[in-house]
Ligand binder design. Structure first.
Ligand code: SAH
Ligand code: SF4
Ligand code: F3S
Length: 446
């Protein structure tokens, strides 16, 4: 089979990890001589990089896949790949369910795509889901943006939150070395990238699995040390990171963020529930009091910091009163942004087997009430930007208003203003904010 002029398409579901993996897999495919095509129906190779965090995410994958499996019956040389978290969760079963598939590959195998495909082109159906040591990135990712970039710092997760599939689909924690991370950032700086987001499911766990201890017996490498190690990479003007875990979040990290000028004033720290008994049932390892103390500390060192989080409503056994404790936490803290979800039972997780599941009606009612409060609080938080001058890193045009460009403030608020993308892309522009909405701003460049 000739590989020249073959065209590939990737659709990515799920979180930033998957987006970063897709960019690396796209880089590998381009190295192999394939060309990207926007429309999957024009592609000779389709890769779905999938998410299974909630049932609706998983179902979406099957409906996309169904359509292409049909197409393959008329076009047998179409190569169909499922990568990512559904692939890892379902493995062989997915191959049986959709026999048209050529390759099912878990997230740890993303960097091995070329090897796996060679096996496929030799005529095999391949399932790659065994746990492996993740290879250091060998290919240049094909990044979606020329301004902002993801950089993985730790793969996997060793927590055991009782609702969550991530540890079983992403495997154990594997930190990259500080040198490899810095080298990737230096290359990004040379290529003209301005902003880097350091990624980990539990970024505070960074370094625990790397060798070495400090004289006091603690780990040689921590995430805070990593920030100090990479903060001066030439060309990179902004550094972000996600996701923080309240169980391991340290005051030293807050001080580093306050001290290091490139590290942006935004913290994403999921709390999941505002009720201590629910937090315990989730096995999160902290109380709402501890969470509040973290936020107080952040606001002590960095008063204007933006705070975002994730929360789940309708966890098994959650009472109305316990749900109201979540509302209360949201009311008290006033998040700039909150990702909310109704609890979804996931295969292989402890909470899915419990008998005290709540009805869909109760869950969706709570989700609506929480979302309403989130919108109100975000609108309040946006008010503080009115009339202020904010630094915006221009990323792209405003898709809804092409005479405007869009970018983000250091605190991660989406901001629009009039301007020409060809002149402004990748520039840091001072913008006077003239209009505020709950989750975005409009202003004028000064
Ligand atoms: N590592 C991050 C989050 C990873 S998953 C952390 O520890 O916070 C992203 C979000 O999906 C979670 O924060 C949680 O709010 C949500 N989520 C995970 N499993 C879920 C489930 N079974 N049902 C509903 N939401 C879930
Ligand atoms: Fe899932 Fe918990 Fe790990 Fe986050 S910390 S990925 S919620 S198990
Ligand atoms: Fe989804 Fe996997 Fe991310 S389950 S949220 S794509 S780690």
């Amino acid at each position: 089979m000739t590989q020249t002029h073959r065209r590939y398409h990737i659709t990515t579901f799920g979180c930033q990890m998957n987006k970063a993996d897709s960019e690396r897999m796209a880089g590998i495919l381009e190295d192999m001589g394939l060309e990207f095509v926007e429309d999957p129906n024009q592609a000779d190779l389709i890769l779905y990089n999938t998410c299974t965090i909630r049932d609706n995410a998983e179902q979406k994958v099957y409906s996309y896949l169904g359509r292409q499996a049909k197409r393959k019956q008329e076009q047998p040389d179409l190569t169909l790949i499922v990568a990512g978290c559904v692939a890892q969760q379902e493995g062989e079963a997915l191959m049986r369910r959709v026999p048209e598939l050529d390759l099912v590959m878990g997230p740890q195998h993303a960097n091995r795509l070329q090897d796996l495909l060679e096996d496929v082109f030799a005529g095999n159906q391949v399932v790659a889901t065994e746990p492996i040591h993740i290879m250091e990135d060998i290919t240049k990712p094909r990044r979606d943006s020329r301004v902002t970039a993801w950089v993985n710092v730790i793969y996997g997760c060793n927590e055991r939150c009782t609702y969550c599939v991530v540890p079983s689909v992403r495997g154990v924690e594997q930190s990259r070395t500080p040198e490899a991370i810095r080298a990737e950032m230096e290359e990004l700086g040379r290529q003209g990238y301005k902003e880097v987001t350091l990624l980990g499911q539990n970024i505070d766990a960074y370094g625990r699995d790397l060798p070495g201890t400090k004289p006091n017996g603690s780990h040689l490498h921590t995430f805070t040390d990593l920030l100090y190690f990479v903060h001066d990479v030439p060309g990179i003007e902004r550094i972000r990171f996600a996701t923080s875990h309240p169980r391991y979040f340290t005051e030293r990290l807050i001080r580093a963020c306050a001290e290091l000028p490139k590290v942006c004033e935004h913290f994403h720290i999921p709390f999941q529930s505002g009720d201590n008994d629910v937090l315990k049932a989730m096995a999160r390892g902290y109380t709402h009091e501890k969470y509040r103390q973290i936020i107080d500390k952040i606001r002590y060192y960095i008063p204007d910091a933006a705070i975002s989080a994730d929360a789940i409503v309708g966890f098994p056994g959650e009472t109305e009163e316990q749900f109201e404790n979540t509302l209360k936490l949201v009311e008290d803290i006033g998040f700039d942004q909150l990702n909310t979800a109704a609890y979804s039972p996931r295969p292989g997780t402890p909470a899915a087997l419990w008998e005290n599941q709540l009805s869909e009606e109760v869950k969706s009612d709570r989700l609506q009430r929480l979302n309403h409060l989130v919108g109100t609080k975000a609108a309040e938080r946006s008010q503080r930007y009115m009339g202020r001058i904010e630094e915006v890193l221009v990323e792209d045009i405003n898709p809804k208003q092409p005479t405007q460009v869009m970018g983000r403030t250091r605190s991660n608020r989406l901001t629009f203003f009039d301007g020409d993308i060809n002149q402004l892309k990748g520039h840091l522009i001072k913008v006077k904010i003239t209009e505020v909405r709950p989750f975005s701003l409009t202003g004028q460049p000064i």
